[in-house]
Design a protein around this ligand. Structure first.
Ligand SMILES: Nc1ncnc2c1ncn2[C@@H]1O[C@H](COP(=O)(O)OP(=O)(O)O)[C@@H](O)[C@H]1O
Ligand SMILES: [Mg+2]
Length: 249
């Protein structure tokens, strides 16, 4: 399987003056293969959000390189980056970020209509993805008329509708109650297994992490451990809890 993302020797230093320099990422290298569901774990302040923002092209590393889907990010200018972001990446936000004055259908199709896809293609793709996510019955409703779980699946559909090379999420379950968090994680995991959607998710929660196929543990801006899921999710969860306590958190 092909490599979707390669990060090589990433370093991130915040602050311009010497006195307020802070090195949030020291020296981070890893890759993500197509169809992987990768989790980035670590305590608060370890550099997870910094790393995800850099992978998302929303921030730049101080040094090091990233290529996503064969394209080196630093080779692009702002316009090219913004086009790359909207065509090749999908984002799952903590709050769903749905537009209240648009229907579920319009919310999901937004990334396609912005790029001028023909209405017939849009309708076909939205209908199919909505069926996969069991929201085909609410396509004509507005966000205020649907449940929390349906909003969440609408947001996932919008993140996937343009078939991004990579879907990114920073603590996507952070604002959810445990039932909705489980639904979100199960949905992501099903899409990953059945449609080979590649996902990179930041989390500090062992249960969320147990849905991933591979995990990186970050501490003080370095990857200090990697864990591959070879067993059931329940066993993987136990393994994660062991690593977390071993790492002293
Ligand atoms: N814009 C910024 N300017 C200066 N320091 C920052 C900035 N953003 C984050 N940091 C610092 O970098 C470190 C890593 O932060 P972050 O990536 O948000 O960690 P995490 O998401 O793992 O909690 C923290 O010590 C934080 O205070
Ligand atoms: Mg964070």
């Amino acid at each position: 399987m092909k490599t979707i993302l390669t990060a090589s020797r990433l370093k991130k230093v915040y602050g311009s003056k010497k006195s307020n320099h802070y090195t949030a990422l020291q020296d981070i290298s890893f890759s993500i293969r197509e169809g992987e569901f990768v989790g980035i774990m670590g305590p608060s302040g370890s550099g997870k959000t910094t790393l995800l923002n850099i992978l998302s092209t929303l921030d730049q590393a101080t040094s090091g390189t990233i290529s996503i889907d064969g394209i080196v990010l630093s080779a692009m200018n702002e316009d090219q980056l913004s086009e790359f972001r909207s065509k090749r990446l999908g984002f799952i936000f903590q709050d769903f970020n749905l537009l209240e004055n648009m229907t579920v259908f319009e919310n999901i199709s937004l990334p396609l209509s912005l790029h001028g896809h023909p209405p017939g293609v849009i309708k076909e793709r939205v209908t199919k993805l909505a069926a996969t996510l069991s929201i085909e019955g609410v396509l004509d409703k507005f966000p205020s008329e649907i449940s929390g779980g349906q909003k969440q699946r609408t947001a996932i559909a919008r993140a996937l509708i343009h078939r991004p090379a990579l879907v990114l999420g920073d603590e996507p379950t952070g604002a959810l109650d445990s039932k909705n968090a489980t639904t979100l994680l199960e949905t992501l995991s099903t899409l990953n297994e059945e449609e080979q959607v590649s996902i990179a998710m930041v989390t500090h929660d062992a249960k969320s992490a147990s849905y991933c196929s591979r995990l990186f543990f970050i501490q003080d801006g370095n990857i200090i451990r990697e864990l591959k899921r070879t067993q059931t999710r329940e066993r993987f969860y136990d393994e994660i809890v062991d690593v977390v306590s071993e790492l002293g958190r």
